[in-house]
Design a protein. Structure first.
Length: 369
């Protein structure tokens, strides 16, 4: 805290109408260590005391807010280490406070509201220790800008609602099933799989355990390095490479971005902790197991030297004209079907001839006698 006279308060507010330096939200990897800088002291806009809120930044300009009002304030040049993540309520306040969003259009007032909402929220969720006095919480006549009813309390209520509802990147695959032989018997394919993503807009897909030529394709038959969230994919295995039982895994992965309220603390716990908004990349994965057993395609009945529905089939089972059929098949069709009858006729004729010969001999013998 630092003492400020009312004249300075009026001067500061006058300057704000002209414009002040604004921080922008930066997506950056979370540093493990930061160097703290005391950036400015905000005038007390509610109780009009000669004390204000200290606003910190990192040495590279990222704005930080205090979590422990009653502890010793940090000083410029102190080093603080990351100690964890604040809950989703604090995250909500950082995402909807300054500098992530403009609350009133007045940067200094927006910083004041954000810092006050953080302490108020921590008191209400038993994470603080009476960080805000009753005088502050119940201020009415001195709250000439209506910051408590119009901004601070509504933000705190929404932060409490968000406390247990933090959204994190995720991936969930639906579909898959067994591989089945396509109608043209060229491939074994899975059903199409859809991918539900949170915090990411595209995903990768790969197969382990597949045979040579196994691919993943979208609904247009394309194989890509990255698939959009709304693209469905399926696994395709060439049928001629599919000679044994197959068990394969389709691996899905995505890289999602999420914001975290990162807490930093010095090695001396008597000093305040600070919190800042950082964006982190998080990898998420899911997989689907697929299996299949190769099937033997049914073979068509082959017609050899046969006439089927006035269609002529030659010795190779192919369709030929009648002339070719007669020339190449000829007796092959007639002989097998009449051979038994011919033999029977020959036997009968033989018997008849023998009988006739015997009768003739007997007749002649009788006549000679």
């Amino acid at each position: 805290m630092k003492k400020f006279g009312k004249k300075i308060l009026l001067t500061v507010l006058a300057i704000l109408t002209v414009g002040v330096f604004s921080f922008s939200t930066v997506s950056a990897a979370t540093p493990n260590t930061i160097t703290v800088k005391r950036a400015e002291v905000l005038s007390d806009l509610i109780t009009n005391h000669e004390y204000g809120f200290v606003i910190f930044t990192t040495s590279d300009g990222k704005i930080l807010y205090c979590l422990d009002n009653l502890k010793k304030p940090l000083t410029s040049g102190q080093v603080a280490n990351v100690s964890g993540n604040a809950d989703a309520g604090i995250l909500y306040l950082l995402q909807n406070g300054y500098p992530a969003k403009s609350i009133t259009g007045n940067d200094e007032m927006d910083k004041y509201i954000t810092q006050a909402a953080i302490w108020w929220y921590m008191d209400d969720t038993n994470q603080g220790d009476n960080q805000l006095s009753d005088e502050f919480r119940n201020a009415t006549t001195t709250d000439i800008y209506g910051l408590i009813p119009d901004y601070i309390k509504p933000m705190v209520e929404k932060a409490k609602q968000a406390k247990d509802n933090q959204v994190v990147p995720s991936i969930k695959v639906n579909g898959g099933g067994e591989l089945t032989l396509t109608e043209d018997q060229k491939y074994y394919e899975s059903e199409f799989m859809s991918v539900a993503l949170t915090g990411a807009s595209s995903y990768k897909a790969s197969v382990t355990g597949g045979t040579e030529g196994t691919t993943i394709v979208n609904e247009n038959g394309e194989t890509k390095d990255n698939y959009n969230a709304n693209e469905k994919v399926k696994v395709r295995v060439p049928a001629d490479e599919f000679t044994d039982n197959v068990n394969l895994t389709v691996n899905f992965s995505a890289t999602g971005s999420m914001q975290r309220a990162k807490i930093y603390q010095t090695s001396d716990s008597s000093y305040q902790r600070v919190v800042g908004l950082y964006t982190e990349e998080t990898s998420v994965t899911d997989n689907v197991k697929l299996s299949a057993t190769p099937v033997t395609p049914p073979t068509e009945e082959k017609h050899v030297c046969e006439i089927v529905d006035d269609t002529y089939y030659g010795p190779e089972g192919t369709i030929v004209d009648k002339e070719t059929f007669d020339r190449e098949c000829g007796e092959e069709i007639i002989v097998p079907s009449t051979s038994a009858n011919a033999s029977t006729v020959a036997i009968v004729i033989g018997i008849m001839l023998v009988g006739a010969g015997a009768g003739l001999v007997i007749y002649r013998t009788r006549k000679s006698c």
